[in-house]
Design a protein around this ligand. Structure first.
Ligand SMILES: Nc1nc2c(c(=O)[nH]1)N[C@H]1C(S)=C(S)[C@@H](COP(=O)(O)O)O[C@H]1N2
Ligand SMILES: [Mo]
Length: 336
């Protein structure tokens, strides 16, 4: 699948390190004896592993190891989180608040038939059925970092289409200033909606919102799949939002309603704790959560030691080049 617009922050499949490639490089390094306890950083280093053969003297080998570390440092933001992790470590409170609850409780979730209704301040409202979700707009693959407000993050290969395409088709009118999203409400299928205890006290249905320019930004994706397959239920099947420069809670799952509206819509986490979760929720290492720091994050990569990979959090989750302009007249400490 093609990535249409490629900026520095948009990764292509060739640029990232997938799980099997990671392991094969690891084996090469191991054979060469470079995988001692002190050289963990070199584990994922380098398409140039073969080039190590050319370094004969001890000094040159050390130099090369140093170079590999640099390469690892710049590559660490690009290692794909393994599929098994992406689909088993989830936040989807409709299916329970534990990270392992959604994969367990969402297995029987019925997504076909589905109805996604686009309405509100538009000239051409429409509804998409299950099959329409996959064939109405050209699908593309986007590899994005997902930064949860809880300070962990993943790198996920999504499949989807720009939200802008869907909105354009609805022909918004001049009153359309915000976009309001709503998750399915079905307590019979979603145990978290039937029980305050299981659902963490959240008011359902889960709702989210974006300003219209944020919704129209080319990075904003409607996702129908990941790792080359349709979305697993626990990741928000059959269709969810992905806004890579914002905290993960903005990326609302299992959407049934998209409404263009004139006024800023209510959003679930903001309603629950306005002092902790703002409407904008742009990833920002300089604005701490009242109960923890947002300066760094735990990147979920592979199992083992790297699973505890602590890295610096970047403003706008590293997508500033594409999105910072939208906020140039705002105080992001106030509008967190
Ligand atoms: N409807 C709904 N959408 C949701 C959530 C939720 O609980 N319910 N959790 C959010 C949070 S906090 C995060 S971090 C992401 C996690 O997406 P993932 O499980 O696919 O990684 O989904 C977001 N979307
Ligand atoms: Mo999150």
């Amino acid at each position: 699948m093609l990535i249409k617009t490629k900026k520095s922050s948009q990764l292509s499949e060739q640029q990232v390190t997938d799980e099997s490639f990671y392991h094969s490089r690891r084996d090469v390094l191991k054979q060469l004896g470079y995988l001692g306890a002190g050289s963990l950083l070199a584990q994922s280093a380098s398409a140039n592993a073969g080039a190590l053969d050319f370094f004969s003297s001890k000094k040159d080998v050390l130099f090369q190891q140093q170079a590999l570390k640099f390469q690892q440092a710049s590559e660490s933001s690009q290692i794909l989180t393994p599929e098994a992790k992406v689909t088993s470590h989830n936040n989807f409170y409709e299916f329970g608040t534990g990270k392992g609850d959604p994969v367990e409780n969402a297995q029987g979730f019925k997504v076909d038939p589905w109805q996604l209704k686009i309405s509100g301040e538009v000239d051409k409202p429409f509804t998409l059925g299950y099959d329409d979700l996959f064939k109405s707009f050209p699908l593309e693959e986007r590899i994005y970092r997902l930064r949860c407000v809880e300070a962990w993050s993943m790198v996920i290969p999504w499949i989807g289409f720009p939200l802008a395409e869907l909105i354009k088709r609805a022909a918004p009118n001049s009153r359309a200033k915000y976009v309001a999203f709503e998750t399915l409400y079905d307590p019979e299928q979603m145990p978290g909606q039937a029980s305050r205890r299981i659902g963490g006290g959240v008011k359902y249905p889960y709702v989210e919102g974006l300003r219209i320019d944020e919704a129209m930004n080319p990075l904003t994706l409607m996702s129908v799949g990941l790792y080359g397959k349709t979305l697993p239920a626990q990741n928000g099947a059959p269709i969810r939002l992905v806004v890579p420069w914002k905290y993960g809670f903005k990326s609302i799952k299992s959407i049934v309603g998209i409404k263009l509206v004139e006024h800023k819509p209510p959003t679930t986490w903001n309603m629950l704790a306005a002092n902790e979760y703002g409407f904008y929720a742009n990833v920002n290492p300089d604005v701490d959560h009242p109960r923890w720091s947002q300066a760094s994050e735990r990147r979920l990569t592979t199992g083992g030691l790297l699973a505890r990979n602590r890295i610096a959090t970047l403003p706008f989750n590293g997508y500033g080049e594409e999105v910072a302009d939208m906020y140039k007249n705002m105080d992001l400490r106030k509008d967190y």
